[in-house]
Design a protein around this ligand. Structure first.
Ligand SMILES: [Zn+2]
Length: 248
């Protein structure tokens, strides 16, 4: 586990608002960067945990991708960023990996957990989605014991797990207006220079670039709620209320 030491804002207590997991560095930026920015802009605390170092990507290597992740983290205003090494292209929903995720959940005690898309083109995404979902539940069980820094951790269950939407179109349960943060989100994504070289090549071949894909996805979700740009999420829970007016 590598702590990227990007905690520009010192973590004063151990409870954060959002812990966002991504199978690869840049997953969270591309699919939920706007939500991260809107949270940190209003003083919320966000930590990102990358499950792999992205070493199997066609472009870049672990060293360059780590530097890119550090830069993106500063733009996003993260409290912290953790890079695990579960193996790019081979992320497994194993007991060992579940315990690693549980250790992070119990360390940061997030209100909300963000996870990869429930179904996607890259097989790591669905596997990471299942892995994080199951670990999020198990984290609340007292008899699942984890040690962090030599101390037995207390159980913690977050209020919600939301899955962002990546390459495949999935109908969202929640859409979040990110129009005010769209430009900043794209700046964070563009720090991953090794990944977006390919975008230029694709454009030259007449197909849609990765950046354009992200823009069009955000436009489609934005259209659903009549705003310019939005990010979509699926939920594992119902949104309950005693007063419909609260949802307006
Ligand atoms: Zn990915």
């Amino acid at each position: 586990m590598i702590n990227l030491n990007v905690n520009l804002n010192k973590l004063n207590d151990t409870s954060i608002d959002i812990l966002a997991f991504g199978a690869h560095p840049d997953d969270v930026e591309c699919a939920a960067g706007g939500v991260v920015l809107s949270t940190t802009a209003s003083g919320g605390k966000v930590v990102i945990a990358d499950l792999s170092r992205g070493e199997m990507g066609t472009f870049g290597d672990p060293v360059s991708r780590k530097q890119e992740a550090e830069l993106a983290s500063k733009i996003l205003g993260l409290q912290d960023r953790i890079q695990l090494d579960m193996g790019d292209g081979n992320i497994e929903n194993s007991q060992k990996n579940r315990l690693e995720i549980i250790r992070l959940i119990r360390r940061y005690r997030p209100k909300i957990i963000l996870a990869n898309a429930i179904n996607d083109r890259h097989p790591d995404h669905q596997k990471a989605s299942d892995l994080v979902s199951q670990a999020s539940f198990l984290s609340g069980l007292k008899k699942v014991e984890t040690i962090d820094d030599g101390i037995l951790q207390k159980p913690w269950r977050s209020k919600a797990v939301y899955h962002y939407i990546q390459d495949y179109f999935i109908e969202p349960n929640i859409v979040v207006d990110i129009s005010a943060f769209y430009k900043q989100k794209m700046s964070a994504i563009k720090t991953y220079q090794t990944q977006f070289i390919s975008a230029v090549d694709q454009q030259a071949n007449g197909t849609i670039s990765l950046l354009k894909q992200i823009e069009s996805t955000n436009c489609i979700f934005g259209r659903a709620i009549n705003v310019r740009y939005a990010e979509g999420f699926t939920t594992e829970r119902y949104v309950g209320t005693t007063n419909l007016l609260e949802l307006l």
